[in-house]
Design a protein around this ligand. Structure first.
Ligand code: FAD
Length: 465
């Protein structure tokens, strides 16, 4: 039969295209259907464009503050269009890489919107006559899109989602309000503060980064304050009004008191919802819970031959988690050994300094009844941190005080997003603080802070024997 595959994958984001490459590696006939551009949210509207813009903004900030390092610069300004052009260039380069990966893996890419008609049949709406593809198995990796809460005035001009603001090559917004103090909100707060905007973050819960360790949120609040970002917590936005020539008025209630703020732009960064629009014909019986597709430990949905991974299933909504799930789903569906460890997923925030977290927090470990302890090292005495002016950070490691095994870590310091890779490896391999303390790390680097935290933990275990 024409267009018959072992596996058809819906969505070419980090979950979908990496799953396709894995299935190709296993010698399977694979098709991928993508309604937008390959790379998904991550490459086109998420991880990569935000970090490319943060890179430009950090250069600008460093140039503005360079006199403290003995470098005197002249008049500085930001060319927003050029910044966005560089971002597009980065995206294009990486998109070409994915195209090459798919081609070299003999994976067929169909452009269009997929609709699952039967457990082995997918229709592709390509704007023309369409195509029907048959497959033994279907993997849904259709990701998500910004969720917009029903705030009155959300349809006004310059009230934006992350998708919208990333495409605004015409404006910096000298006064920006960000609704939501989570990862996406704080990365945009850092970006716009670095570009010189007056930024206010409004968070409904009582601290920033509410899903992370409390000390991380506190440290972030202090560091954002230092660069002029105002963070308002325990506040909910009631409505947005057109303030005439003044811009937008963001009306909110803070601890029971009505407040308002006049700004030029408002970013809504309150979370994301799964992309299921038009995906299923009726009668397929795919179980959905709180909007997300439910899957079992093999990533199988309630329909036997249909699987799902990544943001569309909820859980940890990160690109590397989607990739690991995509690879594991393919390995499981074709009966080979799963080559990724799904239990340890680092999460990172690309603020300045960076934030990274992996494994358990102290509270989580204690709640599980583990004999957990924390060892914290303040980066104030770390050479690299002092050189880079980031000495207010810390590294905190959580370990089992009986066995010495590393259970988790939370980092607020320079290069935290790279350092966390070592800690993920250590947790995955079951390494102890004694083993980790015995390793020589280079000087002067942020990684010496890890050595100090491991040494203190190992010393404390030794002392209590
Ligand atoms: P997606 O990447 O969303 O890909 C899904 C794809 O499916 C899309 O290309 C879509 O067009 C396609 N699709 C949907 N429906 C259909 C259909 N019916 N037919 C055909 N195609 C369809 N994560 C990190 O790990 N690090 C970061 O730094 C980071 N930064 C982020 C910054 C922002 C602003 C945002 C919004 C997200 C960020 N994320 C980050 C999260 C990350 O982008 C997602 O977790 C990741 O992209 C999820 O991958 P996925 O494969 O599940 O879905």
């Amino acid at each position: 039969m024409e267009n018959r595959y072992d596996l058809v994958i819906i969505g070419a984001g980090p979950g979908g295209y990496e799953a396709a490459v894995e299935a190709g590696r296993l010698g399977k006939m694979v098709a991928v259907i993508e309604s937008g551009e390959v790379g998904g949210t991550c490459l086109n509207r998420g991880c990569i464009p935000t970090k490319a813009l943060l890179h430009s903004a950090a250069i600008y900030r460093d140039a503005v503050t360079s006199s403290a390092a003995g470098v005197l610069s002249g008049d500085l300004s930001v060319d927003v269009a050029a910044m966005h052009a560089r971002k597009e260039d980065v995206i294009l380069k990486l998109r070409r890489g994915i195209d090459y990966l798919l081609k070299s893996g003999n994976i067929d890419l169909f452009k269009g919107k997929a609709r699952i008609c039967a457990p082995d049949e997918v229709h592709v709406d390509d704007g023309g006559t369409g195509k029907t593809i048959f497959a033994d198995r279907i993997l849904i990796a259709s990701g998500g899109r910004p969720a917009i809460p029903p705030i009155e005035g959300r349809e006004l001009a310059n009230v934006m989602t992350s998708d919208d603001i990333l495409s605004r090559r015409d404006a910096i917004f000298s006064r920006l309000a960000i609704i939501g103090g989570g990862v996406i909100g704080l990365e945009f707060a850092t970006l716009y503060a670095d570009l010189g905007s007056e930024v206010t973050v409004i968070e409904a819960l009582d601290r920033l980064l509410p899903v992370m360790d409390g000390e991380v949120g506190q440290a972030m609040a202090a560091m954002l304050k230092k660069r002029g970002v105002k963070a308002i917590v325990s506040a909910s936005v009631d409505r947005i009004e057109d303030a005439g020539g003044e811009g937008l008025r963001c009306c909110f209630t803070e601890r029971g008191k009505a407040q308002s703020l006049t700004v030029d732009g408002i970013l809504i960064a309150t979370g994301r919802k799964p992309d299921l629009e038009g995906l299923f014909d009726p009668g397929l019986g795919i179980r959905i819970e709180r909007g997300f597709i439910t899957v079992d430990e093999d990533f199988k949905t309630s329909a036997d031959s249909i699987y799902a991974v990544g943001d569309v299933t909820g859980g940890i909504q990160l690109a590397h988690a989607a990739t690991a799930q995509g690879i594991a789903a393919v390995d499981r569906m074709f009966g080979t050994d799963v080559r990724v460890d799904l239990s340890t997923v680092p999460s990172c925030v690309y603020t300045d300094p960076e934030i990274a977290s992996v494994g358990l927090t102290l509270d989580e470990a204690l709640n599980r009844g583990l004999p957990a302890k924390a060892s914290k090292y303040q980066m104030i005495s770390n050479g690299r941190s002092v050189i880079d002016g980031l000495e207010r950070g810390f590294v905190k490691i959580i370990y089992d005080s009986d066995t010495g095994r590393l259970l988790g870590a939370q980092l607020v310091c320079g290069r935290a997003t790279d350092l966390v890779g070592e800690l993920a490896t250590a947790i995955s391999a079951g390494l102890t603080v004694q083993q980790l303390a015995s390793v020589i790390r280079p000087h002067p680097t942020y990684s010496e802070g890890l050595t100090k935290a491991f040494e203190a933990a190992a010393g404390s275990m030794e002392a209590s024997r």
